[in-house]
Design a protein around this ligand. Structure first.
Ligand code: SF4
Length: 452
C-alpha cells in the first residue's frame, strides 16, 4: 500500500495543508499517527476492536485533548443535535484539524450541520413509510433491509440515517427478530436481505450470528448482504472469529463504504483481504461528498485502490436530502462530470454506478453522461468517451438505410444525420491517443499476426 507522506510526517493543526491530497504516515507497529497516539489513554490494545469502541471520541472535551488547536466553535451544538463518535483508529488518520482534511470532514461535527434548507428532511427516502415491521424496510419487491442496530463505531457526518444512528445505541430484540423472520417467511418474493443499521459489525459476533441464522432459516432468502463501514473505521473488528462465523451463512456479501483514498490503509486492506479470502464478495458504496471526494482524480484513485483490494466499486451515491448534510451536497452535474472522466480511463470493473436515491422513496435512479446522441428507426448514434460518434444499425436492415460501414472523408464530412440515416458509420476525432497510436501503425512484420 503506497501512501504519499506529509512533509511533517504527522498530523498537525499548525501547519498549512500539504499540497498532496493523500497524506498518511503511520507507526508501522500500531498504525497510529504519533501525535494522536501520544494523546490517547493507552495504545497497548489498539488492535482490540472492543478497546476501539470503548475509547471512541464521544465528547468535545476528548476531541480537544486529541487536537488542542481545534477551533471548537459550533462543534458542541452540532454534537448535541447529531451524536459524535470517532474510533481512535479513524482519528489517527486525520492529518489536519480543519475541513480541508477529508477524514476530519467526515468525522468531526461542524456548525454547518445545523443549516436547514426546506428541501432537507430527517427521512427523505421515506424508509419509515416502507416498514411493515419497525426496522424492516420492504421497498423493492425482492429485497428487504433490516436495521439490525442503531449503533456505529463512528458516526459519519454525512450519514443518511442521521435520524437513527447513535441517538440510542441498541440492537434488535429477539421478539422483533421473530417478527422479521415471520414476515420474510410470509413473503417468499424476498430473495435478498440486507443487514444494515447503524453498523451490524458493531454487534457482538454471537448477536450477529443470531440475526444471520434467523434470516438463513427462511428457505426463500437466497442471499444475505451486510452493509458496514467497519473495514473503513475500525478494521481490527474483522477478526478470524467474525469471518469464520460469516462463512457459515453463505452466500453472504459485504457492502462497505470507503469514500477517500486516505481510508485505504494497510489495516483496511488486511480487513478486506480477510473477508475476500473467506469467499465473501465485496462491494463499495461511495457517497459523493463536497470537499472529500468530489474530484475526478480522487475518485479514480479510490476506485483503483478498491479493486486492488478486491472490493468492487458498486455505487457512487448523490448525497441524500438528509437534514444535517447540506454542506456535503454537490451539484448533480459534478457526479456526471466524474463519471465522464472515469469512463475510458478505468475498466468497467472499477467504475461504480452513479445513482440518486430518489426522495419520496422513489428508489435508486441511475444517472450517467448521455451516450445516445440521436436515434432513427434504423440507426442509433452513440458517443464514446473520446467523442467518437458511431452508428449502431438495428437488426434486419439488410442494406436498407444507406451503406453501413462507409467511412467519412474530408471531401464530404458527415454529420449526425448521415450517421442516423446509415450513410456513414463513424465520425472519429483525429487527435486522440488511440488515433495517434493507430496512425503510428503496426510494424509490417506483425500485421496479421494473432499468435499469442
Ligand atoms: S457507518 Fe453507516 S449508518 Fe453508521 S453513521 Fe456511518 S453512514 Fe451512518
Amino acid at each position: 500500500m503506497q501512501h504519499a507522506t506529509s512533509p511533517e510526517g504527522e498530523n498537525s493543526c499548525d501547519q498549512p495543508p500539504p499540497s498532496s491530497t493523500l497524506t498518511v504516515e503511520q507507526n508501522p507497529s500500531t498504525g497510529v499517527l504519533s501525535s494522536v497516539a501520544a494523546r490517547l489513554p493507552e495504545v497497548a490494545d489498539w488492535s482490540d476492536w472492543r478497546w476501539q469502541v470503548r475509547n471512541r471520541v464521544r465528547r468535545v472535551s476528548q476531541l480537544k485533548t486529541l487536537f488542542p488547536d481545534l477551533d471548537i466553535a459550533g462543534v458542541a451544538e452540532a454534537t448535541a443535535r447529531f451524536p459524535m463518535a470517532i474510533t481512535p483508529y479513524y482519528a489517527s488518520l486525520i492529518q489536519r484539524c480543519d475541513n480541508t482534511d477529508p477524514i476530519f470532514r467526515m468525522s468531526v461535527p461542524q456548525m454547518e450541520e445545523l443549516i436547514e434548507p426546506v428541501c432537507l428532511s430527517d427521512d427523505p427516502l421515506e424508509e419509515d413509510a416502507d416498514m411493515p415491521i419497525p426496522g424492516l424496510v420492504h421497498r423493492y419487491t425482492d429485497r428487504a433491509l433490516l436495521i439490525a442496530t442503531t449503533m456505529c463505531s463512528m458516526y459519519c457526518r454525512h450519514c443518511t440515517r442521521k435520524r437513527v444512528a447513535g441517538h440510542r445505541e441498541s440492537g434488535i430484540t429477539p421478539a422483533r427478530l421473530k417478527q422479521v423472520t415471520r414476515y420474510l417467511t410470509e413473503h417468499p418474493e424476498i430473495h435478498d436481505v440486507i443487514v444494515s443499521g447503524g453498523d451490524p459489525f458493531t454487534l457482538p459476533t454471537q448477536a450477529l450470528e443470531s440475526i444471520l441464522s434467523a434470516i438463513r432459516s427462511v428457505p426463500t432468502v437466497d442471499i444475505i448482504r451486510v452493509g458496514t463501514r467497519t473495514p473503513v473505521v475500525m478494521p481490527m473488528r474483522i477478526t478470524d472469529e467474525l469471518v469464520t462465523m460469516l462463512r457459515r451463512y453463505h452466500p453472504v456479501y459485504v457492502n462497505t463504504h470507503f469514500n477517500h483514498p486516505a481510508e485505504l490503509t494497510p489495516a483496511a486492506v488486511e480487513a478486506c483481504t480477510r473477508l475476500a479470502d473467506a469467499g465473501i464478495p465485496m462491494g463499495n458504496q461511495t457517497v459523493l461528498l463536497k470537499g472529500v471526494n468530489d474530484d475526478p482524480v480522487v475518485m479514480e484513485t479510490l476506485c483503483r485502490g478498491l479493486v486492488r483490494m478486491r472490493v468492487r466499486p458498486y455505487y457512487m451515491f448523490q448525497c441524500d436530502l438528509v437534514r444535517g448534510v447540506e454542506h456535503f451536497r454537490t451539484p448533480l452535474t459534478r457526479g456526471i462530470e466524474i463519471m465522464e472522466y472515469l469512463r475510458g480511463r478505468l475498466s468497467g470493473l472499477a467504475i461504480p454506478s452513479f445513482v440518486v436515491d430518489a426522495p419520496h422513496g422513489g428508489g435508486k435512479i441511475p444517472v450517467s453522461p448521455n451516450y445516445i446522441v440521436s436515434m432513427s428507426p434504423t440507426h442509433t448514434v452513440l458517443r464514446n468517451f473520446e467523442g467518437m460518434l458511431v452508428a449502431y444499425p438495428e437488426p434486419g436492415l439488410h442494406g436498407r438505410g444507406g451503406t453501413v460501414g462507409r467511412q467519412a472523408s474530408d471531401e464530404s464530412a458527415p454529420g449526425v444525420w448521415e450517421l442516423s440515416s446509415g450513410n456513414y458509420s463513424k465520425i472519429q476525432p483525429q487527435n486522440t491517443v488511440r488515433h495517434a497510436r493507430r496512425q503510428r501503425g503496426i510494424p509490417e512484420q506483425r500485421q496479421g499476426e494473432l499468435t499469442l
